[in-house]
Write a protein that binds this ligand. Structure first.
Ligand code: SF4
Ligand code: SF4
Length: 125
């Protein structure tokens, strides 16, 4: 059992989840995104200790426990597993901070924003 990040994160990479992960198992792409590896963060399925800390931190509700992932997003389990299969493509994501140590890039979507993103990916409310 592990948590994973789904495509609901795509283009919303604010890294709030990274700040709370106790084992630094959330990764980002080293290179530009592709159709196979989109612009999102990824959880290493073996390194993740399933503490659940990241899930409530995600304002876009993009993080799921693997066994609770909606069927429409099932493919994302395999996409996250690429961090284990092709580690050279990824690096550990680091939270972006300003000089006072405050997190940058925190995006606070409205409820309607979150619903629209879920509709875009055909995920129910
Ligand atoms: S469940 Fe815990 S260990 Fe796994 S990615 Fe989230 S914060 Fe990190
Ligand atoms: S908090 Fe959510 S939207 Fe932001 S980077 Fe993490 S998974 Fe993506």
């Amino acid at each position: 059992m592990a948590y994973l990040i789904t495509r609901l994160c795509i283009d919303c990479v604010d890294k709030g989840c990274v700040d709370v992960c106790p084992v630094e198992c959330i990764y980002e792409l080293k290179a530009a995104p592709t159709a196979e590896l989109p612009n999102m963060l990824y959880i290493h399925p073996t390194e993740c200790i399933s503490c659940g800390a990241c899930e409530p931190e995600c304002p876009w509700r993009a993080i799921f426990e693997d066994r609770e992932t909606p069927g429409i997003l099932a493919e994302d389990v395999e996409i996250n597993a690429k961090t284990e299969e092709q580690p050279s493509l990824f690096r550990v994501a680091k939270p972006s901070r300003d000089q006072q140590g405050r997190l940058l890039h925190r995006i606070k979507p409205t409820t309607d924003d979150v619903k629209a993103n879920r509709r875009k990916w055909h995920v129910g409310d």
